[in-house]
Write a protein that binds this ligand. Structure first.
Ligand code: BES
Ligand code: ZN
Ligand code: ZN
Length: 507
């Protein structure tokens, strides 16, 4: 979506195939009416009457709010009003918002408007940013528009199936466009890059494709790029990664992208699960919804999205990003339940279930990353367990950690960007679950608390490094109830959270 900015209000007669969004709250509404009145008396009259009507409604709502939870939700950000277009040359959308509006409200408002616009049969839309509260937060509004106007239509042969809307024009009279805007542009692109990686079909996005993407982005952002292949896994003793990879004809890779500021104190290691397809292996998944397992690389996609932004963000911490890619398949070479492998840190692991493959590729990646880069802190992201989705649903990412300090940093960033993370336990009882009779560890425990056992398993590979594991199995795709994420397909969850954390990095 192209989102451009202009400073003056276009004549309505010039908006032939466009629509116009006018905001309303008590003060800004009046301003806008006056502004429009000069140019378009007909529309101004119409709006004036309209404002009168909704003012009454707002007063009623205010009264109810005062009796209720005390939060001023007057008009809400949910209300849309079509400005009647009968006989007129314009179509309009009137969006109300409450007086006290915070950054996330503005983001959501932008997102709601974008979603509504996508549904309309228009190629271009104009939005007038009022000068008040909303105008001051224009970069958040822009972010909401950008995040919610994403649509994946790559495979449609009939291009008319894709939303027609190609451009949104922000009219910001007072030069509302803030200094943060260029950064937000790259941020939105980065989230959308992560989404694209997730949405592309598994046959078009193998570990080799993923590697190419990592290499491209590294080159563009001036990052150091290196890659380990299966021969390296063997040489380095990464027996678990090798085991998962060997069932597929597609070669597996551990991609490593490094951002290094000239001066830095800490190193943050990011690790993403990048299973470009997960059949479950010999512990085969049922056919129902197996196609969803093309999204099993969303953790890796998030890491890639973050690294796309990093050259612009320029955080004061070294960031090493690892994207662990493989396909979990069945063949005469594939690993089997009962097999025992040795990980990079020499721990032996008995495979109980070949569908618990994510923790195996992550185990070797984490152990290798700790040894090679001696990170100050580690964050991994993975669509790791169905159990996490059962526990938390589609709106919350599971958070597991050995460090209160790092947990806090992640929680603060999450709150700031409106992503929900929820802490779950990894106490010693879970270690009992994964003790094997034949090896040091086994890759699954009992039926209960599966998200925590998976996380506990990973903890065995981070040594004592402060670490947070984010299980995004529920939040990485088909997000429900989040205005700024698509309800179908990859969400790009985690990109904004990590970028926020890096921006404010403090250890
Ligand atoms: N990629 C899946 C996790 C998953 C399942 C994500 C459903 C989203 C929706 C992972 O590799 C997996 O299959 N995990 C197993 C673990 C089990 C065998 C202990 C699971 O969750 O069923
Ligand atoms: Zn699996
Ligand atoms: Zn998986």
């Amino acid at each position: 979506m192209k989102i451009s900015e202009v400073k003056s209000l276009p004549r309505l007669s010039d908006l032939d195939d466009s629509n116009l969004v006018v905001f309303y709250n008590k003060s800004d509404g009046v301003y806008l009416t006056a502004d429009i009145a000069k140019k378009e008396p007909g529309l101004a009259k119409y709006l004036e009457n309209f404002f009168k009507k909704i003012t009454k409604r707002q007063e009623k709502q205010d009264k109810q709010d005062k009796q209720g939870d005390g939060k001023n939700n007057s008009l809400g950000i949910h209300d849309f009003f079509y400005v009647g277009s009968s006989g007129d040359s314009y179509q309009g959308l009137l969006a109300g918002y409450k007086k006290e509006i915070d950054n996330l409200d503005v983001l959501r408002l932008g997102a709601k408007i974008a979603k509504r616009m996508l549904k309309q049969d228009l190629t271009k839309s104009h939005i007038i940013l009022p000068v008040g509260e909303l105008g001051n937060k224009s970069e958040h509004f822009f972010e909401g528009l950008g995040l919610a106007s994403y649509h994946f239509s790559h495979y449609y042969s009939d291009k008319n199936r894709a939303p027609k809307l190609k451009e949104i024009v922000l009219v910001s009279k007072g030069g509302a466009s803030s200094a943060e805007m260029p950064m937000k542009r790259v941020l939105v692109d980065s989230v959308n890059i992560a989404r694209d990686c997730g949405n592309i079909a598994g046959n078009d996005f193998t570990p080799s494709h993923f590697k190419k993407r990592c290499a491209q982005l590294s080159l563009a952002g001036g990052l150091k790029f290196s890659v380990l292949d299966e021969k390296d896994f063997k040489k380095l003793g990464m027996g678990c990664f090798q085991a998962v990879a060997k069932g597929s004809a597609e070669p597996a890779f551990l991609n490593i992208m490094e951002y290094k500021p000239t001066k830095f104190k800490e190193t943050l290691l990011l690790v993403g699960k990048g299973l470009t397809f997960d059949t479950g292996g010999y512990s085969l998944k049922p056919a129902g919804s197996m196609e969803e397992m093309k999204f099993d690389m969303c953790g890796g996609a998030t890491v890639v999205g973050v690294m796309n932004l990093i050259a612009t963000l320029k955080p004061k911490v070294r960031v090493v990003a690892m994207v662990a890619t493989a396909e979990n398949m069945i063949s005469d070479k594939a690993y089997k339940p009962g097999d025992i492998f040795t990980a990079y840190n020499k721990k032996t692991i008995e495979v109980i279930n070949t569908d618990a493959e994510g923790r195996l590729v992550l185990a070797d990646s984490l152990a290798y990353g700790v040894d090679k880069y001696k990170p100050t802190a580690i964050i991994d992201l993975a669509t790791l367990t169905g159990a996490c989705v059962v526990a938390l649903g589609k709106g919350h990412t599971g958070l597991f950690s050995n460090s209160k300090k790092l947990t806090k940093l992640v929680q603060v960033a999450a709150k700031e960007v409106g992503e929900h993370v929820w802490p779950l336990p990894i106490d010693d009882a879970f270690q009992e679950e994964i003790k094997s009779d034949y090896a040091d560890l086994k890759n699954v425990g009992s039926r209960w608390g599966g998200a925590s056992t998976a996380a506990k398993f990973l903890e065995n590979f981070v040594d004592k490094t402060p670490w947070v594991h984010l299980d995004i199995a529920g939040t990485a795709w088909d997000s429900k109830n989040v205005d700024f994420y698509p309800s179908k397909g990859a969400t790009g969850v985690g990109v904004r959270l990590l970028c926020q954390m890096l921006k404010d990095w403090q250890w």
